[in-house]
Write a protein that binds this ligand. Structure first.
Ligand code: PXP
Length: 252
């Protein structure tokens, strides 16, 4: 069996989505008394071997709550990666939380999940100011971008440590002919980002089936996976769901 070389960050937001579906008015104050507790999920994912925990506090707090993120910061043993929009309020929150890394993402209030990558080219100045603020805090910065040369180039110009390539378009077309085109875009963008000295991560829509193709993308350092692991966990429990994804990440 090949040694596992790609790291797994588990995105636990959807445990909070389930909680909020029932207890929206309670979770802010009583986060850990009502179920399912995303912090408990994070600790279980870590015990199963997750290399990091990812959360995406939204401006409208639709799933993970700020109180959850404070508890995670205190309780997890691996790394806390916080996805965040480039807003002043999120910058202030990151200063308070001091995550190990932030991943800057676009955010529209209406979307169900993060739909496209951050347009670093168009919003260069805004992104630059957030990168600078995070750098002053000693927090590593990743940019969640579409697999486009211009976006990689802009990320490189900003001097960030990492990019997270958006695998959503590939995942949406994994079973039709456009899937191959999207996979090629990911492969080319990963190659270019690596040449530019950027750490290459990827995420969004990766599951137990399409992971096989995602592994063809070169230079992958870490995958951030949420929805599919949480769906699997409903049937198997989080421990087995995390272990099985790691097993798939070894090409099994
Ligand atoms: N990476 C980023 C930047 C995301 O926004 C998301 C979705 O919140 C993920 C990874 C995880 O995506 P999924 O839940 O589809 O695995």
């Amino acid at each position: 069996m090949k040694a596992r070389s790609i790291l797994l960050g588990v995105n636990i937001d959807h445990f909070a989505t389930l909680r909020q579906a029932r207890y929206r008015d309670l979770s802010g104050e009583a986060g850990h008394f009502i179920e399912p507790d995303p912090v408990e999920a994070a600790l279980a994912a870590e015990r199963a071997g997750a290399d990091g925990i990812t959360v995406h506090p939204r401006e409208d707090a639709r799933h993970i709550q700020r109180a959850d993120v404070f508890r995670l910061r205190e309780m997890i043993h691996t790394r806390l990666n916080m996805e965040m929009a480039c807003t002043d309020s999120m910058v202030d929150f990151a200063r308070e939380i001091q995550p190990d890394s932030v991943c800057l993402v676009p955010e529209n209030r209406e979307e169900i999940t993060t739909e496209g990558g951050l347009d670093v080219v168009t919003h260069y100045d805004r992104v630059e100011s957030v990168v600078k603020a995070m750098r002053e805090e000693g927090i590593a910065v990743s940019l969640f971008i579409d697999p486009d040369e211009a976006q990689v180039s802009a990320a490189s110009d900003l001097g960030v440590e990492m990019v997270e390539l958006h695998t959503g378009a590939f995942a949406n077309h994994a079973h039709d002919p456009r899937g191959a085109v999207e996979l090629n875009r990911l492969m080319a963008a990963a190659e270019y980002a690596h040449e530019e000295g950027l750490v290459v991560n990827a995420g969004h829509g990766i599951n137990y089936v399409n992971i096989r193709s995602v592994l063809k993308v070169p230079h992958l350092h870490e995958l951030n996976i949420g929805h599919s692991i949480i769906c699997r966990a409903m049937f198997t429990g989080i421990t087995e769901a995390v272990r099985e994804m790691q097993w798939r990440m070894m090409g099994q």
